[in-house]
Design a protein around this ligand. Sequence first.
Ligand code: DQA
Length: 154
Amino acid sequence: MYHERQILNIALLHGVNLNMLGQRDPGHYGTLTLDQLEIKVVSEARKLGLVCISYQTNHEGELVEKIQELRLRSLGMIINPGAWTHYSYAIRDALEMVEGPVIEVHLSDIMARPEEWRHHSVISDVCDQTISGKGVDGYTEALQVLAQRLNPAV
Ligand code: DQA
């Protein structure tokens, strides 16, 4: 009997200022551009049987609308909201409606940074896991968590 392979769509979402990766404080955020990071994550996702839809915006309402759209079109999400992590209740409330697993990722270790306002994330309580301070490897780890949860056969 023929079984059609299920398409496991996941979303990779980046918020404010993350389009500046590669030029922005490489000590904290590394040297890859966002394009390079997305290409890496999309290709690693494919190896795990996941199809990754990438999106970045500097407009908070646009990210809210994208989360609303992708909660219906994807089975799980990886999100790095940038500075919105620390104060956007709008993004937090949008994520709360996502049924699939959501993994919060930060390139830098937000808890170890000198600015106190970075130490709190308003989205963590609606995310299944937070990975912080592992650079681009944090995204690889997030993919593995999603693959395990969505496709335990992997
Ligand atoms: C960040 C950490 C945030 O505090 C910061 O505002 C960012 C990036 C990270 O990936 O380490 O824009 O989310």
